[in-house]
Design a protein around this ligand. Structure first.
Ligand code: ADP
Ligand code: MG
Length: 149
């Protein structure tokens, strides 16, 4: 399933490095991709990358972006982009997913929807415009791969 047109890999060596990388990733995702799945185990750096992207988009200060572990969705209004940050770790069924209103979020032309644990749901994978995977590479190093359709 190599349906991705654009693939970029990079490595960071610190949390600050990943925050800074948010700017480059935001550029890679602009303007088209709407719905992006963030893959990687707990503590990989998914939320950290979202902080960097939110900051790059002028949607929120990195420190104000917190994990939507319990609320499932956080929304941040940037100058040109409405950022939705989802964490579906605690969500179990496609039925529960329906109540979140993902369709409405992704339909908005200025939306960027970043979904942690989106790969749990086939309906999200099927409609995703791309994915970013993050893997531990020893110590504070993380390997990133951005894949965009
Ligand atoms: N290179 C790095 N990039 C991102 N986070 C890092 C890095 N090195 C260490 N960390 C730490 O790893 C953790 C990542 O947490 P978080 O972004 O919440 O992960 P996730 O959302 O994938 O569960 C943080 O405690 C952060 O300080
Ligand atoms: Mg997280």
């Amino acid at each position: 399933m190599s349906e991705f047109r654009k693939i970029k890999r990079f490595k960071t060596r610190s949390e600050a490095g990943t925050l800074a990388m948010g700017e480059r990733v935001a550029e890679m995702l602009a303007p088209a991709p709407k719905l992006i799945v963030l893959r990687g185990e707990l503590g990989a750096g998914k939320t950290t990358l979202v902080k960097g992207i939110a900051s790059a988009l002028g949607a929120a200060e990195a420190a104000d972006v917190t994990s939507p572990t319990f609320t499932l969705v956080h929304e941040y209004a940037g100058q040109t982009t409405r950022l939705y940050h989802l964490d579906l770790y605690r969500l179990e069924t496609e039925r529960e997913l329906l109540t979140l209103g993902l369709d409405e979020m992704a339909e908005s032309p200025d939306a960027l929807v970043l979904v942690e644990w989106g790969e749990k749901f086939p309906s999200i994978v099927a409609r995703a415009d791309g994915e970013i995977s993050i893997e531990h590479a020893g110590g504070d190093e993380r390997m990133f791969e951005v894949r965009v359709k």
